[in-house]
Design a protein around this ligand. Structure first.
Ligand SMILES: [Zn+2]
Ligand SMILES: [Zn+2]
Length: 188
């Protein structure tokens, strides 16, 4: 079965074609192209951009870093249905703790009310949040952060490429510069 070149999901019907590549939807095809462009950025340039983000101010609270990707796990249930989700945030350890505490209490409140997955899944999500809260900030950017910045840099270069030749020259000088204000948070 065909697989999406961006997110790896199997594609049952349709999807978006780009040359020999297939994607599940337009969003994935944009991500896939951005990833391809991002692959072409020299590692040094990319890593400098990553370090900038990692040691820069937190996008959420403007406080001191290090900044990295953190996760919070949610569940909510209604009778026979339970919904699980994991959100990713680009922020500092303190902001991450707040979000994980929020996820812990919200899930602890609305997770249980489904059978059987609410009862089974809620303790799992609560423990996952506790584990996330115990993770110490890293001295070095996580590989996940590197990939996020690569994708974001690729995306910005794509936008600029569309913008015409005048701006392309300017961007090639600072190809891997990442706008910290842009929303880097990916919902999954
Ligand atoms: Zn996809
Ligand atoms: Zn923060």
């Amino acid at each position: 079965m065909a697989k999406c070149a961006a997110c790896g999901q199997s594609i049952l019907f349709g999807g978006v074609r780009d040359g020999s590549l297939r994607f599940c939807n337009k969003k994935c095809s944009r991500n896939g192209l951005a990833a391809k462009i991002g692959q072409a950025i020299p590692e040094d340039d990319l890593y400098n951009a990553v370090l900038d983000v990692h040691s820069g101010p937190c996008p959420e609270c403007q406080g001191r870093g290090p900044v990295d990707i953190y996760r919070a796990h949610f569940i909510w249930s209604l009778l026979l249905l339970s919904f699980f989700s994991t959100k990713k945030y680009l922020c500092c350890r303190r902001c991450a703790t707040k979000k994980q505490l929020f996820a812990f209490f919200v899930s602890g409140f609305v997770g249980w009310w489904g059978f059987p997955f609410g009862l089974l899944g809620t303790p799992v999500q609560l423990v996952r949040n506790l584990v996330e809260m115990g993770k110490q900030p890293r001295d070095l950017p996580s590989p996940e952060l590197v990939e996020l910045i690569r994708l974001e840099a690729g995306r910005q270069m794509m936008v600029v490429r569309k913008g015409g030749p005048k701006r392309v020259a300017r961007v090639e000088e600072s190809s891997a510069e990442v706008d910290r204000d842009s929303s880097l948070v990916a919902d999954r």
